[in-house]
Write a protein that binds this ligand. Sequence first.
Ligand SMILES: *[C@@H]1O[C@H](CO)[C@@H](O)[C@H](O)[C@H]1NC(C)=O
Ligand SMILES: *[C@@H]1O[C@H](CO)[C@@H](O)[C@H](O)[C@H]1NC(C)=O
Ligand SMILES: *[C@@H]1O[C@H](CO)[C@@H](O)[C@H](O)[C@H]1NC(C)=O
Ligand SMILES: *[C@@H]1O[C@H](CO)[C@@H](O)[C@H](O)[C@H]1NC(C)=O
Ligand SMILES: *[C@@H]1O[C@H](CO)[C@@H](O)[C@H](O)[C@H]1NC(C)=O
Ligand SMILES: *[C@@H]1O[C@H](CO)[C@@H](O)[C@H](O)[C@H]1NC(C)=O
Ligand SMILES: *[C@@H]1O[C@H](CO)[C@@H](O)[C@H](O)[C@H]1NC(C)=O
Ligand SMILES: *[C@@H]1O[C@H](CO)[C@@H](O)[C@H](O)[C@H]1NC(C)=O
Ligand SMILES: *[C@@H]1O[C@H](CO)[C@@H](O)[C@H](O)[C@H]1NC(C)=O
Ligand SMILES: *[C@@H]1O[C@H](CO)[C@@H](O)[C@H](O)[C@H]1NC(C)=O
Length: 882
Amino acid sequence: MGMSSTFVGVLVLVILIQAKGQPGFISIDCGAEPGVNYTEPSLDINYVSDANFINTGVRGIITSEEISTHTQRQLWKLRSFPEGKRNCYKISITRGSNYLIRTTFLYGNYDGRNMLPQFDLLLGANKWDTVTINNASIDEVYEIIHIPSLDFVQICLVNTGNGTPFITAIEFRTLKNDTYVTESVSLELYNYLRCDLGSNRGYRASDDYDRFWYTCDFEEDWTRLNASIPDDSFVDNDFKPGATIMSTAVTPANGSAPLVISWEPDDETAEFYVYMHFTELQVLTTNQTRQFNITMNGELWYDNLSPQYMSVSTIYSPPGGSGKEIKFSLERTENSTLPPFINAIEIFKVKHFHQSDTFQGDVDAITKIKSAYGVNRDWEGDPCAPAAYLWDGLNCSYHGIESPRITTLNLSSSGLHGKIAPSISNLTMLEMLDLSNNSLNGEIPDFLSQLQHLKILNLEKNNLSGLIPPALNKDSLLLRIDQNPYLCEADQCNKKKNKKHNSIATPIVASVGGVLILLVVVAAILWTTKRRKAKALKLKKDQSAISPQYTEQNDSSLQYQKQIYSYSDIITITNNFNTIVGKGGFGTVYLGYIEDTPVAVKMLSPSSVHGYQQFQAEVKLLMRVHHKNLTSLVGYCNEGTHKGLVYEYMANGNLQEHLSGNRSKRNFLSWEKRLRIAVDAASGLEYLQNGCKPPIFHRDVKSTNILLNEHLHAKLSDFGLSKVILTDGGTDVSTVIAGTPGYLDPEYYLTSRLTEKSDVYSFGVVLLEIITGEPVIVKNEEKSHISEWVRSKMAKGDIYDIVDSRLKGEFDSNSVWKAVEIATACVSPNPNRRPIISVVVSELKESLSLELAQTKDRSTDTSDSVKQVAMNLIIESLPHAR
Ligand SMILES: *[C@@H]1O[C@H](CO)[C@@H](O)[C@H](O)[C@H]1NC(C)=O
Ligand SMILES: *[C@@H]1O[C@H](CO)[C@@H](O)[C@H](O)[C@H]1NC(C)=O
Ligand SMILES: *[C@@H]1O[C@H](CO)[C@@H](O)[C@H](O)[C@H]1NC(C)=O
Ligand SMILES: *[C@@H]1O[C@H](CO)[C@@H](O)[C@H](O)[C@H]1NC(C)=O
Ligand SMILES: *[C@@H]1O[C@H](CO)[C@@H](O)[C@H](O)[C@H]1NC(C)=O
Ligand SMILES: *[C@@H]1O[C@H](CO)[C@@H](O)[C@H](O)[C@H]1NC(C)=O
Ligand SMILES: *[C@@H]1O[C@H](CO)[C@@H](O)[C@H](O)[C@H]1NC(C)=O
Ligand SMILES: *[C@@H]1O[C@H](CO)[C@@H](O)[C@H](O)[C@H]1NC(C)=O
Ligand SMILES: *[C@@H]1O[C@H](CO)[C@@H](O)[C@H](O)[C@H]1NC(C)=O
Ligand SMILES: *[C@@H]1O[C@H](CO)[C@@H](O)[C@H](O)[C@H]1NC(C)=O
């Protein structure tokens, strides 16, 4: 046996005319004239043109020689796809029904080139097979049993660069629901192995689900059995192999030898489902028995089988396993007087179609959008899947076996006209919508604010008009609306009270803002005239142009990996909110203990809706970011109005307490410690900007948000105002102004345009606090801003006048000058003159090393070192090593 038993495919297909075409049949003659509807007489099956199922492709016809050898009309014409990578048929079917789906490919030298193509065949979101045409004259048939999950099926042909895809016929046959049942896999007929054993001709009949039965040659030494089965006495089962198929069988020529059916799969990991059909063809006498066991690869598969006369038994036991060789052996049992036999067998290869089709609501919506705008792109087949063929301009989220959802729609610069399509409202998982640089007109519809997951909305460069819906001004959304000449803000349009939720922040900012603007003007004059010899920092454009991407999970609920605490847990942890360690804008911070480890528990005040958004923002960010210079989240509580965040406890409070002297003198910060804290905080910021994709802007860098642990290592905290930023080549982002007066970038305040330099500005202010020990608004007569105060002192050139007097001169003046230069560059009114954060980090480290080198000898002449430092002040913006 062994090799000799391996299947050698030989197909002879002789057609027997059977009953009329049945309901549940869809028969498509690809390439037929539109409107054509005919009955193929040899089959008595109705075929229709494919024109209603596809808009692309070119109709073709096989050569007249080929027509003369292929009598069935549906094989004559075909549709080929010289254009586009993926072309798809969309065929309405009954969702959840079990279908036999068959595609036929007869090349027939239709293009006169005699080049046999190869291409991929997709079933919806999954690859079905690679179609290989081996012979121009032979029709290749790909057949699969599949339960569609949508109310349509897309059959796509993909050009893989090996010739133009084409297709000849598509057929759907509804099977009974309880046949060919699998554990959610699909079954592809393997190597044409649907075998009418013992027969000398193929068979196809519409009352047999229009299956193709082949004569399979297993090259075994078999004896053919052949009996006539009267239709009326025959008992079929749900698999309906039918009397014709069951009237022939094979039995081993050697009556005591087993009957062996084996094959060597092309892929050793392939799994098979095998269906065997049996009907006893002779009336057994009382002293006759026929009984046999079936083994698969030596293991018992089915025992003591005695097929019944004139009645079909179908034996299947999925899956039939895998391996180098699959070998079924039918062996007669001891008491059997007759040898084993078999009438028919079907062998299917398992297809794991893991990729679900895109969520139907999304498909419907994007299809409407496509036709509303007449989108002229290669948008064919499933929008999200296979991921390799994602529609241009879309991005999707994939969650295992769940349906993919559309998360990004980018129709920028696509020549769109008309209004913003209402169907966009049905793309409910959308995170980014980019309709910029089109000719869209009309108002910005309110429904955009109802897209709960939308984080980036870019409507720039259109002709939109009217009021910007106030609901779009939310913290969770980056809105870009520039260059729409007819758009107006709520308060500009009709003096309506702007209900921006940052109403808490705006008035404060506004009142301080006036002062700031003044300061900026004065500072600018001073800066240009009396500035120390330092040259402007040479700045490099942000080197990383990172495309937007979100790696976050679905954030509809705050179900994250971190520990979730109940409110009663929180009460236990905080010992009923016994010890207050701080008060923030949106709640109170308590000391707590989890198994003796101290933690900080920030409880959100229930009244603060604004706070809740910040809470969500903060949790989401903390989930994503991990860095030693950022406070880490231990867990959170989200029980009704009780919302709290549990952080690692920072034993030494915040930086400001130390600088202001409000904290016990125990931890007075030396210059070295201050520099280390500055390096830590800048590193945290650098991580947010450069280590996170997309970059994160903290937006609220200030000395109270820099926390110190027991070792006085600093960590940035309070991400409530942070923004995830879309950078497309270093552009900035307009957004609702938020932040703390005194730390707020004046440029950002004036223009509402947030850039990575806004955080650099705030950090510069912190650095000035670190150096001077002064509050942000210095308590002198003029109540100057600290940057202004430092600049005026710098003009006098006396470093001792600037540095915190409590340091009592214990510092290296080179180191301090360097820090002052960094800080003043950071608070430069012109954002372009501010260094990028990675430069700040490396310069601060240099300042720290100057200090460390000089700690032993404080007696160096300061005037010399001033000159020396001044020479080094042209700070190059070096590419940041990572
Ligand atoms: C094709 O013609 C047959 C018979 O006239 C009719 O029953 C069937 O509905 C038609 N099919 C289509 C798709 O028009
Ligand atoms: C098969 O199942 C589908 C979905 O459950 C149902 O719509 C259809 O009617 C069923 N077909 C048969 C023949 O039972
Ligand atoms: C293609 O198939 C036809 C018909 O079966 C056969 O006559 C011919 O030799 C085959 N051609 C090749 C190249 O194998
Ligand atoms: C059955 O046997 C008869 C005579 O031997 C033969 O004519 C007929 O074609 C056979 N039928 C099948 C289906 O093989
Ligand atoms: C028939 O099969 C049996 C069992 O496999 C074997 O022992 C015997 O030699 C075979 N007879 C012939 C004639 O091949
Ligand atoms: C079975 O019984 C019949 C008579 O009823 C007899 O002719 C035949 O030889 C017996 N066959 C066997 C295998 O015993
Ligand atoms: C058939 O299977 C039964 C177990 O159900 C076993 O006892 C018997 O030995 C088997 N016979 C053969 C020939 O393998
Ligand atoms: C085989 O036949 C013997 C004697 O007739 C009987 O005792 C035994 O149970 C039978 N074995 C099977 C598996 O039917
Ligand atoms: C959104 O989807 C619903 C339900 O599928 C549908 O009824 C509605 O017409 C769709 N809306 C738009 C604007 O397409
Ligand atoms: C789609 O999103 C994934 C992950 O969110 C990202 O890796 C990928 O680059 C994005 N693809 C496109 C084309 O934007």
